[in-house]
Design a protein around this ligand. Structure first.
Ligand SMILES: Nc1nc2c(ncn2[C@@H]2O[C@H](COP(=O)(O)OP(=O)(O)OP(=O)(O)O)[C@@H](O)[C@H]2O)c(=O)[nH]1
Length: 316
């Protein structure tokens, strides 16, 4: 969360006039790390490699029109939030409308005044960071620092659609702390919160791929979204998780089944061979994992169960 505030901003200048680039670089190096591209193709490659925090974009590039690049970046969900400021000497009629219609944040007129450039860039970087921070907070569980339910609900839709589209396996696991009511009743809610945090730390450390998600699903229940992960891979990861949590050896309430705090896990996998349409409903995989979790609870807790995903034909 803090990184959005403390990170040195990455600014990309896109202009074919090297004198403009040199002047801008000198001004902006006091604000952040500055990269530059002399044409659109180079710029798009650099943006793809690492998303900048702000782009200063010349309207009249030699290869692709600046307005077209801006429109393209705004249509891509991965780059849509990057503030784009046009630099231009073009003040023909209708120019302002065009700039804002394609989604630019602002424009700066040439000849460039370093103080104006600096002020505008700082303002837009500050807006951008504030939005990023709010977005992170809105998607983070404040007790455990894991992704929250809102983040999970968004991500499962994206990953389920992606898995259907590219015929890639996807596993969802639900992980529930066993007899947590007894823990709270015996040790109190503050100790209960500490226990939740300890378990959440293990969960966060168990998923290693950047596309994996560990989320607090609600109360004492957590969830994993594991893209590119089939049943066998998921079983290994989840079995290890089960034993790691037991080995934390967090003393449970005296009336609990196990001496140490344990979890029950249910999981289900979307396997490409079962996919008959890209319109299947993502809720099915959560329901399947939930049924498997119920089975783990029924079979004595501190165990994991798998429930195969039966995909119903999508309603037309
Ligand atoms: N301390 C604390 N307790 C919570 C939190 N969220 C949910 N709980 C507690 O978690 C407990 C869940 O109890 P139940 O749903 O009965 O389930 P359980 O006792 O874990 O039993 P099984 O799931 O069947 O193993 C309740 O006592 C909730 O109050 C929280 O944020 N902090």
């Amino acid at each position: 969360m803090l990184s959005a505030y403390t990170k040195c901003p990455d600014i990309l200048i896109v202009d074919d006039d090297s004198t403009v680039v040199i002047a801008l670089k000198k001004t902006l190096e006091k604000i952040g790390r500055v990269r530059f591209a002399l044409n659109a193709e180079q710029a798009l490659m650099m943006i793809n490699e690492q998303h900048p925090d702000l782009i200063l974009l010349d309207m009249g590039l030699p290869d692709i029109n600046g307005l077209d690049i801006c429109a393209r970046l705004k249509q891509n969900p991965e780059t849509t939030d990057i503030p784009i400021l046009f630099i231009t000497s073009n003040i023909e009629v209708g120019f302002e409308e065009k700039v804002f219609d394609v989604g630019a944040a602002d424009y700066i007129l040439k000849p460039l005044n370093p103080r104006v450039v600096s002020a505008r860039v700082k303002t837009h970087l500050a807006y951008h960071r504030a939005i990023q921070l709010l977005d992170t907070q809105a998607h983070t569980d404040s007790l455990t620092n894991l992704a929250n339910r809102r983040a999970f609900d968004k991500q499962i839709v994206i990953e389920f659609k992606r898995a259907l589209r590219v015929q890639d396996p996807l596993t969802v696991a639900l992980i529930d702390i066993d007899e947590f009511k007894k823990y709270n009743d015996h040790f109190g809610h503050i100790a209960g919160d500490e226990c939740l945090k300890s378990i959440a730390t293990v969960l966060g450390e168990s998923v290693k791929r950047p596309t994996d998600m560990a989320a607090r699903y609600g109360g004492e229940e957590f969830a994993f979204i594991l893209p590119h992960t089939g049943t066998n891979g998921a079983r290994k990861l989840l079995y290890k998780l089960l034993t790691t949590i037991e080995q934390l050896n967090l003393t449970h309430a005296p009336d609990a089944t196990y001496q140490a705090v344990t979890v029950s896990i249910g999981y289900s996998t979307l396997n490409p061979e079962n996919v008959t349409s890209i319109e299947h409903d993502y809720a099915a995989i959560i329901e399947a994992a939930d049924t498997a979790l119920y089975e783990s609870k029924q079979k004595g807790r501190n165990c994991l169960h798998y429930n195969p995903l039966a995909l119903a034909a999508p309603s037309t």
